[in-house]
Design a protein around this ligand. Structure first.
Ligand SMILES: [Fe+2]
Ligand SMILES: [Fe+2]
Length: 199
C-alpha cells in the first residue's frame, strides 16, 4: 500500500461527518493509537482504522441500504431490519473504494468494529475497544472499569464490552445481531479457559 496521508484523510472526515461524529472519530483515532502503543500493534494502521471506522455513519437508513445494494454487500435479515448495523460493512467498503485503503487488516477492523467477531486480530480488538471507551463517550456505569481494563488485559476488556452491550440490548428489547452473540460466546469461553469457571 502506498503511504497513506493520515492528515488528508482527517480533512476528508471533517468535511463529510457531522461535528459530533467527527469528534468521536478523533477520540477513536487517538485511543486506538494509545492502545496500539500499549500492545505493540501498528500505530499508523490503528490511527487510520480509528479515523475511518464510522465513515459511512452519516447516511440515512434508506441510503445505507441503497449503497449496500449498489456495492453488492450481502445483508442478513437482522441487518435489513436494523440498517445502522450495516454502517460497519459499508464503512469498510468505502474505505477501500473511496479512501483507497487496501490493507485487509485495516478493512477488517472497520468491518467488525460494531459487533466484534470470534477470534479478532489485535487491530480489530483495538478498534472495537477504542470505539467503546474513547474519551467523548457518554459515561455509562461500567465504563471506568472497562477503560482501565483496556490497558491491562485487552481480551478481558473485549469480553466486558460485549457483555455490557448484550445486556443493554436485551434490557431495551433491541435486536441482537448474530455476530455480536457469537463474539460474546467466544470471548466468554476464552476467559473461562484462562481463569476457570469461577472468574
Ligand atoms: Fe460505528
Ligand atoms: Fe464509532
Amino acid at each position: 500500500m502506498d503511504k497513506i496521508d493520515i492528515e488528508e484523510l482527517q480533512k476528508k472526515m471533517k468535511k463529510r461527518l457531522p461535528r459530533k461524529r467527527y469528534q468521536h472519530t478523533q477520540g477513536v483515532r487517538y485511543t486506538a493509537a494509545a492502545l496500539a502503543m500499549r500492545y505493540g500493534a501498528d500505530i499508523q494502521a490503528a490511527s487510520i482504522a480509528g479515523l475511518l471506522h464510522d465513515c459511512a455513519k452519516y447516511l440515512s437508513e434508506e441510503e445505507i441500504l441503497e449503497e449496500c445494494k449498489r456495492y453488492q454487500i450481502p445483508c442478513s435479515g437482522t441487518e435489513r431490519e436494523k440498517p445502522y448495523l450495516l454502517h460497519a460493512k459499508l464503512g469498510a467498503c468505502y474505505a477501500r473504494q473511496k479512501y483507497k485503503i487496501d490493507r485487509e487488516d485495516i478493512l477488517l477492523a472497520i468491518q467488525y468494529h460494531t459487533t466484534g467477531r470470534p477470534g479478532m486480530s489485535l487491530l480489530e480488538k483495538i478498534i472495537f475497544t477504542a470505539d467503546y471507551i474513547e474519551p467523548g463517550r457518554k459515561p455509562l456505569p461500567g465504563l471506568p472499569a472497562i477503560r482501565q481494563m483496556a490497558f491491562c488485559d485487552l481480551d478481558e476488556a473485549v469480553y466486558m464490552i460485549l457483555r455490557d452491550t448484550l445486556d443493554y440490548l436485551e434490557h431495551s428489547d433491541r435486536v441482537i445481531d448474530d455476530t455480536s452473540r457469537q463474539s460474546f460466546d467466544y470471548y466468554q469461553k476464552l476467559r473461562t479457559a484462562a481463569n476457570g469457571p469461577e472468574a
